[in-house]
Design a protein around this ligand. Structure first.
Ligand code: SF4
Length: 436
């Protein structure tokens, strides 16, 4: 039997799909290169924006044609949209065979093996972590989900509804799995969770302890983590990170807005001043820290004054990079029901101003890197002949000339110039290479 997995949304979904893929391969199923060759199609869906759901529905429309040609084809949906819309999906796309929530991937695997039709399992009784696996595109990296769900209740976010409360994975299981991945050649792990800094609160440990233990694993070179919440990114955690040499000094700390009034409406649990205090502490302890953020523009009732506070914050923090979004009301969230939704043209005008400012700051940050040397993990070939792309500890991409055998190895590169916002470098020396 051949399967095809299509993934929408965040890094958690990408990682969830890798895990399902590995389970299916172990059970003897083969991955199809194209959906046309598949006996089973799995769509791992995203619900974070309405547009993400619309894309899946559009895709299901196309798959209906395939199912008409091959009535034995099975189509299963999992992920946040499956959890959110539940049986309603059968009305929207009657040709699908199964709907499985974020807790029910193993049950989906059973249904695939039995070729079940018209099955739904969206129960959220007990979250089951599947063993993490290497990144299929970059076999020297792996994502490891350490905590699932979120106890916050940001008013624009569907995650608490689709992923439930925080559930941490046992620390010893995580360590055993990372050791296994290192034996398989992994040199960089990305620890994942919707609110990663909360790891361990439900099982009597902490994210600080987890990082400390992961840092001890021999053969592992880099540790990254996503996603932090400013409320849970505490000073003692920063102190510990400063001491751990394998933890990359790159921090993604979503701020969402610079206006205290909007932050309150968003239920983010911090103020402009408190966020800034965290950043100042971080920079004082780790002067080389590189910081990125997420910003939502045009949240309901956002005034020009509110928006100017966001611009002020961006100027003040000088984020190396920002993911900037226009507020998109998500059905089922409190923010979608709020009055004073902002007209589209105002949102567009504001985000353009923000993008312009952030580009200027990112460029300044990149210009500071010119003339410096960085160790990069070589990840892939670039667009140009003999060009390779490597990633610095600070999550910046450096393009340089080199041969393909360097992929998966660490190399020192001197940054010589910028092309747009990409760093262009010259290789200096190979540092460490993968031995397994
Ligand atoms: S902390 Fe993140 S995942 Fe949790 S509710 Fe807020 S935005 Fe959603």
């Amino acid at each position: 039997m051949k399967f095809f997995i299509e993934t929408y949304g965040c890094q958690m979904n990408v990682s969830d799909s890798f895990e399902v893929r590995k389970v299916l391969e172990k059970l003897g199923l083969e991955e199809a290169k194209e959906e046309k060759e598949a006996d089973v199609i799995i769509i791992n869906t995203c619900s974070v924006r309405n547009t993400a759901e619309e894309r899946v529905l559009g895709r299901l429309g196309y798959l209906k044609g395939l199912k008409n040609k091959n009535p034995n084809l099975k189509i299963y949906l999992t992920g946040c949209m499956a959890q959110n819309l539940k049986q309603e999906l059968f009305k929207l796309a009657p040709h699908i065979d199964g709907i499985f929530g974020t807790y029910n991937r193993s049950k989906m695997v059973n249904a695939i093996l039995k070729k079940d039709s018209y099955v739904v399992d969206i129960s959220m009784d007990k979250y089951e972590f599947l063993p993490p696996t290497v990144d299929y595109e970059y076999p020297f990296k792996a994502s490891v989900t350490v905590i699932h769900g979120c106890n916050h209740s940001c008013t624009y976010c569907i995650v608490p509804k689709t992923r439930g409360k925080e559930v941490s994975r046992k620390l010893n299981e995580i360590i055993d799995d990372i050791k296994r991945l290192v034996d398989e050649g992994v040199v960089e792990v990305l620890l994942l969770g919707q609110n990663i800094n909360s790891y361990g609160r439900d099982i009597g440990t902490s994210f600080k302890e987890l990082l400390t233990e992961v840092n001890k694993i021999e053969g592992l070179r880099r540790i990254r983590f996503l996603t932090s919440h400013p409320v849970n990114f505490k000073e003692d955690l920063i102190d510990r990170i400063a001491e751990l040499e394998k933890v990359c000094k790159y921090f993604h700390l979503p701020v969402q807005s610079g206006s205290n009034r909007i932050l309150k409406l968003m239920k983010r649990g911090y103020t402009y001043e408190k966020y800034l205090k965290t950043i100042e502490y971080l920079k004082s302890k780790i002067p080389t820290a590189s910081i990125s953020t997420d910003i939502i523009v045009g949240f309901p009732s956002e005034t020009e004054e509110d928006f100017k506070m966001t611009l002020k914050l961006v100027e003040e923090v000088k984020f190396d990079f920002s993911y900037m979004f226009i507020f998109n009301p998500k059905r089922g969230t409190p923010a979608a029901e709020m009055e004073n939704q902002i007209p589209e043209e105002i949102k567009v005008e504001r985000i353009q101003r923000l993008i312009e400012l952030q580009h200027k700051i990112s460029r300044e940050s990149n210009l500071k890197d010119v003339g410096k040397e960085f160790e990069v993990l070589v990840e892939e070939k670039g667009k140009l002949k003999n060009q390779l792309l490597g990633r610095t500890e600070h999550n910046k991409i450096v393009a340089f000339e080199g041969e393909e055998y360097l992929i998966g190895k660490f190399i020192n590169v001197k940054v010589e110039s910028l092309s747009g916002n990409t760093l262009i470098g010259t290789p200096i020396s190979l540092t460490t290479q993968i031995t397994k």
